[in-house]
Write a protein that binds this ligand. Structure first.
Ligand code: PHE
Length: 347
């Protein structure tokens, strides 16, 4: 080995290495080239350097300079190639994972309260302002709680008012009204009582636009000393005005329920014609929205309350009727159909 051969081999190594480095596609390829040319053991440059020992002492420093030049050139090329491939990789990742922040968001589907639930909330809100607390009773009641304790004995003709569906659970029945809740609240609380009892009721009905065999009622019960019919009238007037507008006409008509005495029907001026008389109100100008009355002393006794000391009034309203009047809905069956095209209109 002489100086000229070694120098030309060094130059050849540089000329071979630099274009390969420039063409390397990625960091892995560059790492391989690094080992192949600059590796301490087995690298091409180390191989050439082994020849230095065979040169005359005078020539060695010059070869050392040439070796360093080649090493620096290769190292420099590797460094800039690493930077280039890192930038290219980053650019590729940015392009692949790009997020278009200007894309409009997907709409979030929002549900809404069923008009029956929404109407019950509104009723509870209005009576809540008068101190009425909301309770709930079971949908399966017994003959005792649904009828007998409400002063409706087994063979009483008033049972014809409620076409009852019986179930095979402990001689039970599906409650025909929310009134059994009166008995439950009287057993659970001491007077003064102001209770509101919303819930689903069941009757064996021929289903049509104004009758369903499942429907909702809200029962109200107040028990205190000195409670009277004028209190009931005043409270129901406030309710009707809050629910249907301040100028709404109201009236009591005599009614009959075995568990209230006296009993009344509470009417509001027709919401469709305003009192002139139209098909919606049977040309009377009035719409009945609830039944009510002073709690019968026998019912107070069944609730464990002394009728000599306490009086009370109760009322029961049909929620569908009120929801229909509020929203101008003409058919009760839509409340059970769960057709979103209809329900979405009452958000
Ligand atoms: N429970 C009666 C019905 O379903 C309504 C009512 C409740 C009447 C409370 C008077 C007092 O028709």
């Amino acid at each position: 080995m002489d100086l000229a051969t070694l120098t030309s081999q060094l130059r050849a190594l540089g000329e071979e290495a630099l274009p390969k480095i420039a063409a390397a596609p990625d960091l892995a390829a560059l790492a391989e080239l690094d080992v192949a040319y600059l590796g301490r053991k087995g690298g091409a440059l180390s191989g050439l350097m082994r020849g230095i020992g065979q040169l005359p002492a005078d020539d060695r420093p010059r070869v050392g300079v040439a070796v360093n030049e080649v090493r620096e050139a290769v190292e420099g090329a590797l460094a800039s190639a690493r930077q280039r491939t890192a930038q290219a990789a980053l650019a590729a990742r940015l392009a692949a994972e790009a997020v278009d922040v200007t894309t409009p968001g997907r709409p979030i589907a929002r549900g809404s309260l069923h008009p029956i639930s929404e109407t019950i909330s509104r009723i509870a809100e209005i009576f809540g302002q008068f101190g009425f607390v909301t309770y709930e009773g079971p949908e399966v009641e017994s003959d005792a709680t649904n009828f007998q304790m409400l002063n409706i004995p087994p063979d009483h003709p008033a049972r014809d008012l409620w076409d009852t569906m019986y179930v095979d659970i402990d001689g039970g029945l599906l409650r025909t009204h929310t009134s059994p809740g009166q008995i439950r609240v009287m057993h659970a609380e001491r007077p003064p009582i102001r209770a509101l009892l919303p819930g689903r009721c069941f009757r064996y009905e021929a289903v049509d636009a104004s009758h369903a065999s499942e429907f909702f009622q809200v029962e109200g019960l107040m028990v205190d000393e000195g409670t009277n019919l004028a209190d009931l009238r005043g409270l129901l007037d406030e309710f009707a005005h809050a629910m249907f507008g301040a100028g709404r006409a109201t009236r009591f008509r005599p009614g009959y329920y075995p568990f209230t005495e006296p009993s009344v029907a509470f009417d509001v001026g027709c919401l469709v014609c305003g009192g002139m008389g139209c098909p919606a109100c049977g040309r009377t100008g009035w719409m009945t929205i609830l039944g009510a009355g002073m709690v019968h002393p026998v019912v107070l006794q069944h609730g464990g309350i002394d009728p000599e000391r306490y009086q009370g009034f109760a009322f029961g309203m049909g929620v569908e009727r009120i929801a229909m009047l509020r929203h101008g809905i003409g058919d009760v069956r839509i409340f059970l159909d769960n057709d979103l095209r209809l329900l979405e209109q009452f958000r």
